[in-house]
Design a binder for this molecule. Structure first.
Ligand code: GLN
Length: 547
């Protein structure tokens, strides 16, 4: 049966709880244990699928088609364990399950209350698949003291009481602010945060303290004393150059040892950190750099493209080259020449997105990359825009567009090369959608197979002709236009196994121009860079030698 580690945060939000959880997961793996990581989010949305990327950052999609919090991306990137839809839950999902059960009459006339009905639902969620792994790490979103997080804190408190002694521990992350005027690190906010936690019955076993300055031994002792935590379990978390240094840095500070001590696991198995040493080596020992433009819409918030940024970095690591990413707002050249904004980059990436804003800019970016022979990777919307560009500017379909934003009604000669997909095959059943369906959870979501054309750029990059990648989209390139586009050199080099859905397109006479309908970035890891990103960065490097 699994041991449980509950991870909470205090003092301020955005402390890097997700990263600390992921790094701890990887350290436990390095010691030979199996792990699974979970995220419990207090907000009332049923899932992040309908939340704006500007507000909540990227939506991370799992193989089994769940739209989840971006922290699940960290979990996968650090542990390599594929997340499932049972690894992410929100208050909204918990409440909607409780209310469904109430309507069905499952509670047999009882009054429904936060304790025990909501807390029981949370506890049931936490224990799903508990027999499968050695450690289950559950991160609670938000900050201790948040009103909406209270049922989660209460549930994990109860959970630790329900289990035999020693099977659950609590890890709390806080911040030690630095007062420049007095040159001191202040421990009081941490003390208050722990006090808050203890007032709801949770006593942390491990404290992780974020700090911009070294924490003197004396301060660690003080924190331990006032927070009722062993001195060795007060772990310093300093800012890092790269997030991928986190496993080694946390190990050096004794995090994994403190966790194993809290569970009384002795002697602790020795860790094998060679994977992370190699990752660190690839970050620090690079030869050359490339400049890549990411032309998107949500560029003000980098978290909106979290996995893309990471996958590009992994591509750099695969080639031992430093990748400089510049975020370019596609909207700025929606109705202007794109060249001044895009000149000088060694490669261009157009990521996924929703809605019309910035799409003309993205089409221009695809055109610029095609004409100037600059490596181009188009992801989901970035592929759709590349196809529209090819249709309009090469194949002579000047009215080409997407049903997502060019509405037939207003246009006489509209060519919907990208159309609203209403029926497709998943495994051995057919999925159907209608135009007015609910927005949440109704896209083509999760892992689907694709068959690649032998000898194509894509097949070369993958080193395979059968692949499986994750999807999240409502619209699709129409095969009706395939022959016409292929005649002009745009190859449909990846298709769904039934041959109905284009998965990859690429320009034949171009150094590297690939559009993919899926999201390869979601499966890239620092220790296993995604083949498309590795090859894209390689092409960028080659291009950098030419200019
Ligand atoms: N908006 C497009 C669609 O729904 C692309 C989605 C995406 O880029 N993830 O098909």
């Amino acid at each position: 049966m699994a041991r449980f580690i509950f991870i909470t945060g205090g003092v301020v939000s955005s402390l890097g709880k997700g990263l600390a959880s992921a790094a701890l997961g990887s350290l436990l793996q390095a010691r030979g244990f199996s792990v699974r990581l979970r995220k419990l989010d207090p907000y009332l949305n049923v899932d992040p699928g309908t939340m704006s990327p500007f507000e909540h950052g990227e939506v991370f999609v799992t193989d089994d088609g769940a739209e989840t919090d971006l922290d699940l991306g960290h979990y996968e990137r650090f542990t390599g364990v594929a997340a499932r839809n049972t690894d992410s839950v929100s208050s909204g999902r918990i409440y909607s399950t409780v209310l469904e059960k109430e309507r069905r009459g499952d509670y047999l006339g009882k009054t429904i209350q936060v304790i025990p009905h909501v807390t029981n639902e949370i506890k049931d969620f936490i224990s799903i698949g508990e027999d499968e792994v050695d450690f289950m790490l559950c991160e609670i979103g938000g900050t201790v003291g948040d009103i909406e997080a209270l049922p989660f804190f209460e549930a994990i408190r109860q959970f630790s009481q329900d289990k035999p002694r020693g099977q659950c521990i609590f890890m709390h992350l806080t911040l030690l602010p630095y007062l420049a005027a007095s040159g001191e690190l202040k421990t009081k906010p941490t003390q208050h945060s722990v006090k808050e936690l203890r007032s709801i019955g949770i006593s942390p076993d491990v404290l992780v303290c974020r700090s911009e300055h070294p924490i003197p031994e004396k301060e660690r002792e003080k924190i331990g004393l006032f927070c009722n935590v062993r001195k060795e379990a007060v772990i310093a978390a300093y800012d890092l150059k790269s997030i991928y240094e986190a496993p080694l840095a946390y190990h050096a500070q004794g995090l994994d040892q403190a966790v194993l001590d809290a569970f009384n696991i002795s002697p602790a198995p020795k860790p094998d950190l060679s994977v992370w040493e190699d990752v660190a080596d690839r970050i620090h020992n690079t030869d050359g750099e490339v400049n890549i433009a990411i032309v998107g819409k949500y560029v003000q918030l980098e978290d909106a493209y979290k996995s893309i940024k990471e996958a590009v970095t992994h591509g750099g690591m695969a080639n031992r080259v430093k990748v400089n990413v510049k975020w370019v707002d596609a909207e700025t050249f929606d109705s202007k020449d794109a060249a001044p904004s895009l000149a000088g980059f060694h490669a261009i990436l157009v990521p996924g997105g929703f809605g019309e804003r910035g799409t003309e800019g993205k089409i221009k970016a695809a055109q610029f990359a095609r004409e100037k022979k600059i490596p181009y990777l188009g992801i989901c919307l970035g592929m759709q825009m590349a196809v529209i560009e090819a249709a309009r500017n090469v194949a002579g379909l000047t009215a080409a567009g997407s049903e997502e934003f060019d509405h037939e009604a207003g246009k006489k000669r509209f060519e919907p090369v990208v159309y609203h997909l209403k029926e497709w095959v998943q495994g051995n059943h057919t999925v159907r959608r209608k135009a007015g369906d609910d927005k949440g959870g109704t896209m083509r979501l999760g892992a689907y197979d694709a068959i690649l054309t032998e000898g194509s750029r894509a097949a070369q990059a993958y080193g395979a002709t059968a692949i499986e990648e994750r999807h999240r989209h409502r619209y699709e390139v129409d095969t009706k236009y395939r022959d016409q586009l292929e005649k002009f050199g745009l190859m449909f080099s990846g298709m769904s196994p039934d041959g109905r859905l284009p998965e990859i397109v690429e320009w034949k006479d171009h150094p590297w121009f690939v559009g993919v309908q899926f999201h390869p970035e979601l499966k890239s890891k620092p220790f296993a860079p995604h083949p498309l990103f590795a090859d894209f960065v390689r092409a960028a490097m080659e291009n950098s030698r030419l200019v």
